[in-house]
Each structure stands twice: as C-alpha cells, then as structure tokens.
Design a binder for this molecule. Structure first.
Ligand SMILES: Cc1cc2nc3c(=O)[nH]c(=O)nc-3n(C[C@H](O)[C@H](O)[C@H](O)COP(=O)(O)OP(=O)(O)OC[C@H]3O[C@@H](n4cnc5c(N)ncnc54)[C@H](O)[C@@H]3O)c2cc1C
Ligand SMILES: Cc1cc2nc3c(=O)[nH]c(=O)nc-3n(C[C@H](O)[C@H](O)[C@H](O)COP(=O)(O)O)c2cc1C
Ligand code: SF4
Length: 530
C-alpha cells in the first residue's frame, strides 16, 4: 500500500486493487525471479530459527494468490495464461524451498480454493493447482477462500454457515494424497471431529474458536464440553486488530492473560450484583470464583438482560448458545441467583451488602419525534416480542444495528419493511462484515431502505420524512411504526445507595450504553478489582 511504502504497488498485472482501487505496476520477469528467491531465503531463515514448519500464504488476495488467479493475472509470459503458467510462481517458490529444507520438513501452502467472485478461482481449477503444488513438493494444503473483492466472506461472520469452506477442503482432498487442512467457522470439537470422521479433511484449523477459548483443546480432552466458550462469529476481533490490539466479545482476557488472574480474595465480602445481563453474570462469576459471598438480583423472570434480544434476529442463534454458557458458568459457582427481584434503595439497604455492583442496564429513552407518543409507536424490543401482532406493513425509524436487525427479523417473517435512517449508511456501529450481510439480506428481501432521510413526524399509520434539499414526503398505510431507543447511563440507583453502601461500582450499559463486549469486559474487570 502506498500509504505505508510511498511506492506504487506491484502485481502480476496492472489491475486495480478491489480494496484500495490503487493501480499496481506489472512485475518484470526479473523482479518475479527476485521475489521467488526472497520467499526461499525467508523460508531458510525460518528453518534455521527453529520453526517446525512453514506455511506459504497463497490465499486471500495476497501476491501468490494474485498470480494463481485469472482475475488478477492477465500476463502473457511464462507466469500467466493457462492454469499451469499462472501456478508457476507458486510452484517455483515451493520447489526452491523444498531444495533447501530437510527431507520431510513441513511446507504447507494456504490457498483460496474458491475466490467467491465472478471471474476468480473456482474449486475445479483449484484442484488442478493443488495437484501442481503437490508435485512441486508441498507437504499439506490449507484450504481457505476469497480475495479482497470477497473479503466479507473470508472470515465468515454469523450470517454464513458453520464450516462454510469445508466442502472446498473435501474437493481438494479428493485429488491429492498429501494432508488437507479445513478452516472457516469450525466452532467446536464435535464439528471438527465429524469433519475428520467424514473424510473431508485430515486436519482442522481453529482461528477465532481459539481466540474465544484458548483452553478448548484441554477442555475437550477432559470432556468438559459445556465449559467451552464458543465464538459467536461477531468479528469484533478482526475489526480490533486495525487498532493494533485484539479484543473479543466473549473472551475479555484475550491478550490480557497476565493481568486477568482470578486470585482468591483474602477478605471475602458480602456482595450484591444488581442485574442478570452479560455484565452482571460476568461479575458474579468472577467474584464468586474469587471467594466472595455473591448474591445476584434480577428483576425479570430470566437471565440474560438485553442480550436475550441479540440472538432473536436471523442467523444470530450462536449468541444464545454463548448466553447459555455464561449462565451455566455462574450457576456452577456459589453465587445465589434471585429472579423476579428488583433492587431498590430500600431493598438494598435492608440487604446491607458491603459492595454493590450495579449491572442493571441502560436507561432506555425513546428518541423524541413529533407525534410518536400519541400514535402508538413502539420500540425495538417491543417489536421483537410482539412481532405477530404488528400487522404486515411496518415502518422502522432508525437504521442503526438494532433497527437493521429488527428489519431483517420482520422481513424474514414476510412483512413489508420501510427502514428510514438519517445518516448516510445503514447499520452504523455494526462490524463491517455483519453490516454488509444484513444490508444485502434486506435488499434481497425487498425492504424499502431510505438513507439520508429524517422522520420529522409520526401520525396515525403514516410518517412524514425529509430528505436533504427535498420537499417533505408522506409515507402512509403502516400497520406499525417502530421508533429507536437511546441507551443512556443509568445512575439514579447508584446515587441513592452511595450514602450507606461502602463500595458501589457501575458496569456495562448502566455506565454507558454500548455492547455485550464492554459489558462482559467490565463485569470481569470490576470482579477482579474488589
Ligand atoms: C436487539 C439488540 C441486539 C443486540 N445485539 C448485540 C450484539 O449482536 N452484540 C453485542 O455485543 N451486543 C448486542 N446488543 C447489546 C447488548 O445486549 C447489551 O449491550 C448488553 O446486554 C448490556 O449488558 P448489561 O449486562 O450491561 O445490561 P443488560 O443486558 O441490559 O442487563 C441488565 C439487567 O438488569 C436487570 N435490571 C434492571 N434494573 C434492575 C433492578 N433494579 N433490579 C434488578 N435487576 C434489574 C434487567 O432486567 C436486565 O436483565 C444488542 C441489544 C439489542 C437490544
Ligand atoms: C484477528 C484475526 C486476524 C487474522 N489475520 C489473518 C492474516 O493476517 N492473514 C490471513 O490470511 N488470514 C488472517 N485471518 C483469517 C484466519 O486465518 C482464518 O482464515 C479465518 O479467521 C477463518 O477461520 P476461523 O473461522 O477459524 O476463525 C485472521 C483472522 C482473525 C480473526
Ligand atoms: S470477537 Fe467475536 S468473532 Fe472474534 S473470536 Fe471473539 S466471539 Fe469470535
């Protein structure tokens, strides 16, 4: 990228990058030979540094993939044209490394067996490439997918099927004798085992599955399958690495293993956790594990808080599995959980805890729109719960994450959706991958999507919208109108108990409306502090 190097990028052919749109310069034959020799020198250094194996990246739109692909390689010399010629760059790298590496040294090649684009590699051609790489001396093939034009599929989020690339590994395995590795949303040991048993691959690769729970292999070995914290495929991790850090919704300890130690307390305290959402559950678990006497009060009849709504939208079922895990982990501790128990200043005073962790969620306030209150507009949570009684023609005001997911939920049930967002993009606040997929789903289902559009009035079955520099417009005939909610800090209870509770902490959405990631992280961090 010129942004980093100040140089024009190079490529097999002058075809613009689908990501940055920058035009690369075509590599000369001499430069190609030089790059091949640098790959070989790199491998030699890795071997002498003591690595047990090498994986050469020939996938995902990087340089070797660009040579293999008909989409990015339009050369007419020995390195372009037929499948064999486009494979030559990769082949010479493997042959060169093979000459320098000890006899059975593992040299793995990672390929995109399907680039998921119109003109890119498909499985059939990749099978030919696999045979060429096998002949060149490759020890194993790691079968992935996509390039930068299809990057929204490459690290498959919850909108894509579990194990969505496994069929590609199986397709490659049927034409080679060397081991084949499968990757892509393989979420648990049972699934991994069935891939092996069904002969679809010889090895199974866990990426995010191990970010979510690095202890998975030991838990599987000890048959503690219920204790495995499953990745929800939300892709917050991949988004975070552009900020030079790694965060995970379900694993707040990733990258912080040295700080996140649940050391037993020397002074067990009587602690009340208010709220059984992700923040309260996480805090209760850590505090109990550390030896405190914990009681959790939840005013509702079930645990999970707002996160119960998070798994209602299509394809988000894995979030419910994670919530079940979170609840199970708390139930395994000595924490006393009381449902249907609302914490008030009086009831807390009466309980007389030494510490209160307030995890009672955000103060939800309806966005003020003229006419909303008098004309029966309801909020997103009410719409999720009462979807059957909403009628068929529904207007959703606010195309943020919650509005988009509600639109998807209702459109999937055959309802006619009009979604209005005042900003210029839908789903702002969602990670790029799920945002792309939810928007595509809405378009495919025929939802009417209005961006740069403000709802200025809500009436009886109608709304008045205004698009910048245009006259106001009336959209009529709605059976239901849904309005957005602001999630504001919920500080009143803290203020009222501070005079008589020695330590009060506020965590999660109660401190500031965000997502389960922050709620869980704060629950755990405050749990360690006390
Ligand atoms: C439709 C929707 C989709 C979402 N999707 C995602 C997503 O995909 N990913 C993500 O990370 N986040 C998502 N979120 C946000 C996420 O659910 C919240 O950020 C998270 O649940 C906040 O956790 P919390 O524990 O702080 O609060 P909450 O989950 O709100 O829990 C607070 C709990 O406290 C209880 N309570 C309140 N007052 C009292 C009281 N006085 N006494 C006792 N109990 C009380 C409430 O009943 C509730 O159970 C979504 C939210 C919604 C609504
Ligand atoms: C945080 C993160 C960083 C990644 N970095 C790379 C990378 O540098 N190069 C690459 O080819 N793939 C990268 N990937 C993709 C993974 O190698 C893997 O193909 C993908 O996550 C799908 O596997 P999984 O479902 O097991 O996570 C990354 C994925 C994640 C989550
Ligand atoms: S951030 Fe989301 S996708 Fe990434 S490992 Fe954690 S749960 Fe999985």
């Amino acid at each position: 990228m010129p942004y980093f190097t100040g140089l024009q990028p190079v490529a097999p052919s002058p075809i613009p990058s689908p990501l940055t749109k920058e035009m690369p310069r075509e590599l000369t034959a001499e430069e190609i030979r030089d790059i091949i020799s640098k790959f070989i020198q790199g491998a030699v250094r890795a071997i002498s540094a003591g690595f047990d194996g090498i994986e050469i990246h020939m996938a995902h739109g990087y340089l070797v993939n660009q040579f293999l692909s008909p989409e990015s390689n339009a050369r007419t010399d020995d390195y372009g044209g037929s499948t064999a010629r486009r494979s030559r760059f990769a082949q010479e790298i493997v042959e060169g490394i093979r000459k320098c590496a000890p006899g059975d040294y593992p040299v793995i090649c990672r390929i995109s067996a399907d680039e998921y684009t119109d003109t890119g590699l498909k499985l059939e051609e990749s099978r030919e490439i696999a045979k060429i790489l096998e002949k060149a001396g490759t020890s194993a093939l790691h079968v992935s997918a996509c390039n930068y034009a299809s990057a929204f599929f490459n690290i498959p989020c919850y909108y894509l099927e579990e194990g969505c690339f496994v069929h590609l590994a199986a397709g490659i395995k049927s034409v080679v004798k060397i081991p084949v590795l499968a990757v892509g949303r393989i979420l648990n040991p049972a699934m991994a085992e069935s891939i092996l048993q069904e002969g679809k691959a010889d090895l199974v690769v866990f990426g995010r599955t191990l970010i979510a729970d690095p202890h998975l292999p030991n838990k599987a070995k000890d048959n503690r399958l219920d204790d495995i914290r499953t990745c929800i495929s939300c892709n917050r991790c991949i988004e975070s690495i552009s900020d030079k850090r790694l965060i995970c919704t379900v694993n707040p300890s990733i990258g912080k293993e040295n700080i996140h130690r649940t050391a037993k307390t020397m002074q067990p305290k009587k602690i009340l956790v208010v709220g059984g959402g992700p923040a309260g559950l996480s805090a209760a678990q850590v505090l109990s594990d550390r030896g405190h006497k914990v009681t959790l009060w939840e005013k509702g009849s079930r645990l999970g808080g707002s996160f119960c709504y998070a798994s209602l939208a299509p394809r988000k079922e894995s979030l419910e599995k994670f919530l079940d895990y979170l609840i199970l982990q708390v139930k395994k501790t000595t924490a006393v959980i009381k449902l249907n128990t609302e914490a008030t200043a009086e009831s807390i005073k009466h309980f007389s805890p030494e510490v209160v962790v307030l995890a009672h969620g955000a103060r939800n306030v309806h966005v003020e729109i003229s006419g909303a209150q008098n004309n029966g507009a309801i909020d997103v949570k009410q719409a999720f719960v009462n979807s059957d009684s909403l009628g068929n023609n529904i207007a959703i005001v606010g195309g943020g994450p919650e509005g988009c997911e509600l639109a998807d939920f209702l459109a999937s049930r055959g309802k006619k959706i009009t979604l209005i967002e005042m900003r210029r993009v839908l789903g702002l606040g969602l990670v790029a991958h799920p945002r792309y997929h939810v928007c595509e789903r809405l378009k495919k289902m025929g939802a009417q999507l209005h961006i740069n559009t403000k709802v200025i009035e809500i009436g009886h079955h109608y709304i008045i919208i205004n698009r910048r520099r245009e006259a106001d417009q009336k959209l009529d005939g709605f059976d239901a109108i849904i309005i957005p909610t602001l999630h504001q800090p919920n500080s009143a209870l803290a203020a009222s108990i501070q005079p008589f509770v020695p330590e009060v902490y506020t965590v999660g959405d109660a401190a500031e409306g965000r997502t389960a990631l922050e709620a869980i992280a704060e629950g755990v961090e405050f749990g360690m502090k006390v």
